[in-house]
Design a protein around this ligand. Structure first.
Ligand SMILES: [Zn+2]
Length: 323
């Protein structure tokens, strides 16, 4: 395909679909202890298509104030995902839920996480907390080393996989589905029917057979590949984070330590670990987060990633859009 044809093809594909985006705002980027510049872990994710969906991944202490400061709207949060039950990842939940309550939220809220059915009711039963809307803890598998789909719409899925930390912990992936538009003129030219089970099979399997002939999805459809963003939570380097990160457009990864010595005792990843994982998983863009307070400036880290233009270091309130 020459350059002009290739551009024309991209233009046709873009024109066939409404633009979608996944917008990420880092609300907190420190490790166990906050610093003047870094709050506890939390990532705000907004998926924009014809509809808008908003999710929070982790909710460390002070997250609601970070949401206010960033100009985002906590009332738009559909559900919350907690990677593990260390306080730097969940201690902001109580305050945030109480504020949602004061602001008259009525929509039920699900809080997903390993052992969430145990911990969420406990959190809500501390103090004289009046609860005007339903909050449900939803358990996420942290034992079987496989990808679980936690929720699914026509447009996207949110998935998890167990990872390796000192306590039960998971990573999450926001996975946009491939978008497919059948080109009726092309289908007619190939002698295919206007509708029928053939198209369901093509969309699901990428190929089908009609009157003994093989048909590939690309022969009769425009396909826009779905986008994928992965959030590691806290983990050492492991095979499962590589598995869920396969082909991701963006990997947000624990990078607590810059040197190799620490990661084993504290069960976190180093910069070298993340670079290796990203390479093995063919990730397009990497953002390092969960930075230990021992690194008040990140010059050392910048030196380590200077040869990797697709790697950057998270800061509080940093905003990234995957289109
Ligand atoms: Zn942590």
């Amino acid at each position: 395909m020459d350059a002009y044809a290739s551009l024309a093809c991209i233009y046709t594909v873009k024109k066939a679909f409404t633009m979608t985006s996944i917008e990420i705002t880092f609300l907190g980027t420190t490790a166990g202890i906050p610093t003047p510049k870094r709050n506890h872990a939390s990532v705000y994710l907004k998926y924009q298509s014809e509809n808008e969906f908003t999710y929070l991944f982790d909710c460390g202490e002070g997250t609601q104030r970070q949401i206010f400061s960033s100009g985002l709207n906590f009332m738009r949060i559909n559900d919350i995902f907690i990677s593990h039950w260390h306080a730097d990842h969940f201690a902001g939940l109580m305050g945030l839920i109480q504020t949602m309550n004061l602001e008259q939220r009525k929509k039920p809220l699900c809080v997903y996480g390993p052992e969430a059915e145990n911990f969420v009711p406990k959190l809500l039963n501390i103090g004289y907390f009046v609860q005007g809307f339903e909050v449900n803890g939803v358990d996420v598998n942290f034992e079987k080393h496989e990808i679980s789909t936690l929720m699914e719409t026509n447009e996207f899925m949110i998935q998890s996989i167990p990872v390796k930390h000192a306590i039960p912990a998971v990573s999450f992936a926001f996975v946009e589905k491939d978008r497919i538009k059948i080109d009726k003129a092309k289908a007619k030219k190939l002698g295919l029917p206007e509708k029928g089970p053939l198209y369901k099979q093509l969309k699901e399997k990428g190929k089908a057979s009609f009157k003994g002939e093989n048909v590939a999805l690309e022969d009769v459809a425009l396909v826009e590949k779905g986008k994928k963003v992965v959030y590691s939570g806290d983990t050492m380097a492991c095979k499962t984070i590589e598995e869920i990160s396969q082909g991701a457009d963006l990997l947000i990864h624990d990078s607590t330590f810059f040197e190799e010595d620490f990661e084993k005792s504290y069960r976190h990843a180093t910069v070298e670990d993340v670079l290796r994982i990203a390479k093995n998983a063919n990730v397009k863009q990497i953002i390092l987060t969960h930075i230990s307070r021992r690194y008040q400036d990140t010059d050392d880290l910048k030196g380590k990633i200077k040869n990797y233009p697709n790697v950057s270091i998270a800061k509080d309130f940093m905003n990234v859009v995957v289109k």
